[in-house]
Design a protein around this ligand. Structure first.
Ligand SMILES: [Zn+2]
Length: 508
């Protein structure tokens, strides 16, 4: 006997139910779903032909359903598609959003490794040298530039900044805090919220054991409940985004792997050379059962949310090109900074602490050189310090005249580096950027009131309050797949410094 629940979850019954509901919703103009879903696929297993077929099947299914998928390809994946003549896969992907994952995904060089060792400038140049050939090959294959970038399993801010400079200013996945906003700006890049994220990828028991009775029903229930909980949590919130993602090999191969995965970060070409076999493909029937389950889950989500692409989602937010601020607006930013070192947010304006620093340097420099504050100030998009902030900064007072005199060179360095300084030598003292910002703020506010203080106190914290979030407080960055002994302490330190660049993205 078929129970009602079984009826609802059989693959034959659901498409009918789905079509019926879609028509019903369209006809009656029931409120549009407010929940949004970005469905993204790591498109990276370039050494397994089954992967090409799977990616193609995914893209075809989504196209048929009128849904958009986001596929971030590695350079090697694009090369392998060319190598195997899989124009058919490229064509099915054309109607979806294309992103860039990385060039080699695990082959030499080890991105986190060189970024850890190099200074900011060399690290970002090295990233450019290693990664742009991969971006180029994806661009070449699709005849259009990928529009988002998903880092190769690391969170180094150098890669975020360098990708933004290279014309990929949207980040596919990063767990930087968003404080309930739908997205934030970090290192000048747009980062959609990953606070409600779920993998739609593990459909099977571990190994090749047959699934227990009711296994697929249970899985389906789990994926529905998880989604419903996210949707419930996001109801009426600023952030309405659910992130669903998939690593393809988890859907067609035995996972966890039963053979050791080949050692990554090797020097050879991973994909055309022989390397130990590690992916065991699932039997066809089992794979298809999982794929059917995936389709039902996606249809369930599609009835309750709008699927979107990274670029479409980004269009729902105010842009972050530099903008002019009136002094009245700068006053408000300073009022917040008098309270705490944090990003300033109103309905129409979001200013990172680094950007506030840049504006105050500029207005006070103009004041020093022209004898009057300008009427407006241009907010440059700046990032945080890119070298260590002094461990034990000195405290104390400086003469206002001395601070004003220092601004021309600081302003010029900001323009050159697009970042604020990590330390400032003034009146024989070395202070951090937070202390200096406090001096700038009090001098600016006094000048606005036509007062000229003789001395300024350079004190306070050198890190914004957001730096207390776990993403920024982590001391080490380790993963099983990283070379032994790698700790990533300097990368974590750079993340902390880049908390200066963090600010919420504003909905339009
Ligand atoms: Zn990956």
């Amino acid at each position: 006997m078929t129970t009602r629940r079984q009826f609802l979850t059989t693959s034959a019954a659901l498409p009918v139910l789905y079509n019926f509901q879609s028509t019903f919703l369209d006809a009656d103009e029931v409120t549009k779903p407010t929940t949004q879903v970005i469905l993204s696929f790591a498109t990276e297993v370039a050494d397994e032909p089954k992967d090409f077929d799977h990616i193609k099947a995914l893209a075809e299914f989504l196209t048929k359903e009128g849904l958009i998928g986001n596929f971030h390809l590695t350079g090697d994946y694009a090369r392998a598609l060319k190598h195997h003549g899989r124009l058919d896969v490229v064509e099915t992907l054309m109607s979806h959003e294309i992103g860039f994952h990385c060039n080699h995904h695990g082959a030499e060089p080890f991105m986190a490794g060189y970024l850890e060792k190099m200074n900011w400038r060399d690290g970002t140049s090295e990233w450019t040298r290693n990664e742009l050939p991969g971006l180029r090959v994806v661009e070449e294959l699709f005849g259009r530039r990928p529009v988002y970038y998903t880092t190769e399993f690391n969170k180094a801010p150098q890669s975020i900044f360098a990708s933004c400079q290279a014309g990929l200013p949207t980040i596919g996945y990063l767990t930087v805090p968003t404080r309930g906003h739908g997205a934030v700006w970090y290192c000048n890049s747009f980062v959609p919220s990953c606070e409600s994220a779920m993998g739609v990828e593990r459909f099977f028991n571990a190994g090749l054991k047959p699934e227990a009775e009711g296994h697929y029903q249970e899985k389906e229930k789990y994926y529905r409940i998880k989604f419903d909980r996210f949707a419930e949590k996001l109801k009426g919130q600023k952030n309405t985004l659910i992130r669903a993602f998939q690593h393809s090999y988890k859907t067609y191969a035995v996972f966890p792997f039963e053979h050791p995965k080949p050692n990554i970060y090797r020097e050879d070409d991973l994909y055309y050379e022989e390397h130990p076999h590690y992916l065991d493909l699932l039997p066809k029937a089992k794979y298809e059962k999982g794929f059917d389950l995936f389709k039902r889950i996606i249809k369930y989500y599609a009835e309750r949310a709008a699927f979107t692409s990274f670029s479409e989602y980004r269009r729902g937010f105010r842009d972050n090109q530099g903008q002019w601020l009136s002094l009245r607006e700068l006053d408000e930013v300073c009022a917040l900074l008098s309270n705490r070192l944090d990003a300033y947010v109103s309905d129409t304006l979001s200013v990172s602490p680094a950007e506030a620093f840049g504006m105050l340097v500029r207005v006070l420099r103009v004041y020093h050189e022209k004898g009057a504050l300008p009427e407006k100030v241009f907010m440059r998009n700046l990032i945080g310090p890119t070298s260590p902030i002094p461990d034990k900064p000195e405290q104390g007072d400086v003469h206002s005249a001395e601070l004003l005199k220092s601004l021309r060179l600081i302003d010029r360095a900001i323009d050159n580096e697009q970042s604020i300084p990590s330390s400032i030598k003034i009146a024989g003292k070395t202070v951090g950027p937070g202390q200096f910002l406090n001096g700038l703020r009090s001098l600016y506010l006094a000048t606005r009131k036509k007062r000229s203080p003789q001395t300024l106190t350079l004190s306070g914290s050198n890190l914004p309050v957001i730096a207390n979030e776990p993403f920024f407080t982590e001391k080490t960055l380790t993963k099983d797949r990283y070379p032994e002994g790698f700790e990533g302490r300097r990368i974590c330190q750079m993340c902390r410094f880049q908390s200066w660049s963090w600010k919420p993205a504003l909905n339009l």
